[in-house]
Design a binder for this molecule. Structure first.
Ligand code: MN
Length: 323
């Protein structure tokens, strides 16, 4: 368990053993963009690359314009001969339910920007100042002298534009804008990315949002806005599991709210009973701390946890966390 520098990790890139790259379950734009951006760049540099995502949850359809068909849902049969790189995973649990996977590869390299990263790799490059994991990857590629093609640039741009809330969140630093400029120079198309991600919303996803807004209620004197989605809600909206991504951001926009929470039933009946997403708006509340109180984690402003508690028990916990 060592903290590595950019230079040390960049040195591993030009040549080495076959790789298995992965990211977290229920992947967001930074997860998918980082996995594909790194995968395509490493491959173009001559590396043997297997891209892996645990679980069977369908990929969010808004990222379908990226080459997501490159991502395998099974581990490679020769995992023992591969180096395993995890992107955007704050802990080993984020990779998937079976943490013993990490015992099989040659070694594990953990590349992430979550401030509460557990350093589960043999080498850990954790940069909480990076707006997104894609930013860390772009810097690694530059330091390794690996050129960024337009496919890589567009995947990394997706990580940047989604994790910064389209350049609106507090992590939108001058470096985030400089990175955007470099990626657009390298061939990323912001208008195409915007249209693909934000103007292709399935009607069922808007219906699910409608149900979530209808359930929403203010707690803790209006500082907490919480809602929930059951499996029946997904069914009645005709929605797939990833369709709830973004719901919690709509809640956060409500006047006076400092924490927004979505409690939802996952599709798999054999897993945890609930998944909880948290967003904070004011700097005074660290939602990753609330999430850690139930074994989860994340960023100060965006975090989550899974729970076997009932909805009522989770609501009571969240209310108490706001006290
Ligand atoms: Mn991220």
């Amino acid at each position: 368990m060592t903290d590595a520098s950019y230079e040390e990790i960049a040195r591993l890139l030009p040549a080495g053993p076959p790789l298995c790259l992965t990211t977290h379950e229920s992947p967001d734009g930074d997860a998918i963009g980082s996995l594909l951006g790194a995968g395509l760049a490493f491959e173009a540099a001559g590396r043997d690359v297997w891209l892996y995502l645990a679980g069977t949850t369908p990929m969010p359809n808004e990222y379908g314009f990226l080459p997501v068909d490159r991502i395998q849902r099974e581990l490679p049969s020769d995992l023992e001969q591969r180096e395993f790189w995890a992107f955007d995973c704050g802990s080993a649990r984020r990779i998937g339910p079976d943490e013993s996977v990490l015992e099989r590869p040659l070694r594990v390299i953990n590349v992430d920007h979550h401030h509460d990263n557990t350093r589960f790799g043999e080498l850990n490059l954790v940069d909480p100042d990076a707006a997104c994991t894609a930013q860390i990857i772009e810097r690694l590629l530059r330091e390794a002298g690996i050129a960024i093609g337009s496919d890589v640039a567009e995947a990394l741009y997706v990580g940047l534009v989604t994790d910064t809330g389209r350049f609106q969140y507090a992590n939108t630093t001058p470096e985030a804008f400089r990175l955007a400029a470099r990626l657009v120079d390298a061939g990323a198309d912001p208008a195409r990315v915007f249209a693909a991600i934000w103007e292709t919303v399935p009607f069922a996803k808007q219906r699910l949002l409608g149900i979530a807004l209808e359930h929403a209620r203010l707690e803790a004197s209006g500082r907490l806005l919480v809602t929930w989605l059951t499996r029946d809600d997904y069914r009645s909206a005709g929605a797939d599991e990833p369709f709830s991504e973004g719901v919690v951001d709509h809640l956060r926009a409500v006047e006076g709210v400092s924490v927004a929470a979505l409690v939802r039933e996952p599709r798999e009946v054999d897993g945890p009973r609930h998944k909880v997403s948290l967003r904070a708006r004011d700097a005074g509340v660290d939602v990753s701390k609330i999430a850690r109180g139930r074994g989860g984690g994340g960023h100060v402003g965006a975090a989550g946890f899974t729970s076997n508690e009932t909805l009522q028990e989770i609501l009571a916990f969240l209310r108490a966390s706001m006290a």
